[in-house]
Design a protein around this ligand. Structure first.
Ligand SMILES: Cc1cc2nc3c(=O)[nH]c(=O)nc-3n(C[C@H](O)[C@H](O)[C@H](O)COP(=O)(O)OP(=O)(O)OC[C@H]3O[C@@H](n4cnc5c(N)ncnc54)[C@H](O)[C@@H]3O)c2cc1C
Length: 295
């Protein structure tokens, strides 16, 4: 039992500022911030939250999250201690939700396996990558996924991908589902080729995405057949600013925190960008970044 009264062996913090857990460095406090030790600990935490009527949200490393300034009423659950990666034979590899993308690519590389090198430069965890169907260079992680292990309604079960609904930068889960792990279908691959792939990816990102300020990567999804950054440039929004939030001068689909920004600055700037793009090109941009927190 900890100070919040919950039966959890892991860490439970009260009033935890979410700006410490998001790459945009903005966001008010979460009432509770829980880091369960393992699956059994997570289950008892969820039972306790259910008994107390406390809502909850699972996050990864916050690289795709914009938390409102009002913070989060309820609990935020981080699975950062769920980071085991296992080779299962038959070119299958299982990774727990808290494992970092690059660590999974490296683990596969050391066993002569590959095929998911495109996630090496995407910051975050497998839980976040799966929920967002993270991808690059026209590939998405869920195309390489065999099945997911979900905690749904208190029970752990495996779901083959053909039973799940997903698409570009989205995986539709039921309310309250938690991704515990994913199994990837890999191919045999010379570790030196994977090394080249990783280096090329990191180099490309260093040259093209070096925005110099905290960001959440691409803020808007690419509309079908179009690049969001081009539409934003065409609308004359490169460099536009609200408070400390700015449309990056380096990459127009990155909204950056130039210092002292709050979540409201990002929300206002995003609306301005959407309005400008709509009035110039007639296209409605949709946020890729997940906006969460009390309204
Ligand atoms: C510099 C930079 C470059 C980027 N480049 C790319 C890129 O090339 N391609 C790309 O796709 N993205 C990119 N991103 C965005 C981001 O890295 C990805 O979306 C990443 O997958 C987020 O992972 P995360 O662990 O930080 O998830 P979070 O941001 O913490 O969470 C993302 C979503 O997943 C949910 N979630 C997280 N874990 C779980 C879980 N275990 N169970 C259920 N739901 C969960 C959260 O509730 C939230 O809705 C970039 C970001 C940055 C900052």
């Amino acid at each position: 039992m900890n100070t919040a009264g919950a039966a959890i062996r892991g860490t439970l913090l009260r009033n935890e500022p979410m700006c410490l857990h998001t790459s945009l460095k903005v966001g008010g406090p979460a009432d509770l911030y829980a880091i369960p030790e393992d699956a059994a600990d997570l289950q008892s935490l969820l039972i306790w939250l259910g008994e107390q009527g406390i809502p909850w949200l699972t996050i990864g490393k916050g690289y795709n999250l914009l938390v409102r300034d009002t913070g989060i009423r309820g609990a935020v659950i981080s699975l950062e201690r769920f980071n085991k990666i296992t080779a299962m034979g038959d070119r299958l590899l299982a990774a727990e939700a808290g494992a970092e993308n690059l660590a999974v690519v490296r683990f596969a590389q050391n066993r002569g396996l590959g095929g998911i090198g495109f996630i090496s430069g995407i910051p975050g965890t497998i839980g976040g990558a799966v929920k967002m169907n993270a991808g690059a260079y026209g590939e998405g992680i869920l195309e390489k996924t065999d099945r997911l292990t979900l905690l749904r309604g208190g029970a752990v079960a495996d779901f083959p991908m053909n039973e799940l609904d997903y698409g570009y930068r989205r995986l539709n889960l039921a309310e309250g589902d938690i991704v515990l792990a994913a199994v990837f279908r890999l191919v045999e691959r010379d570790p030196l080729l994977t090394e080249e792939e990783i280096r090329n990816d990191l180099e490309l990102r260093r040259s093209k995405h070096n925005v110099g300020y905290p960001s959440a990567g691409s803020f808007f999804k690419n509309p079908a057949g179009q690049a969001a950054w081009r539409l934003i440039e065409a609308a004359g929004m490169r460099g536009a600013r609200v408070g400390g939030a700015q449309v990056s001068l380096v990459h127009s689909n990155f909204l950056v925190n130039t210092g002292g920004a709050c979540a409201d600055d990002f929300l206002e700037l995003a609306e301005k960008v959407k309005c400008a793009v709509f009035s110039t090109c007639g296209v409605t941009l949709e946020e890729e970044v997940r906006i969460v927190g009390a309204v």
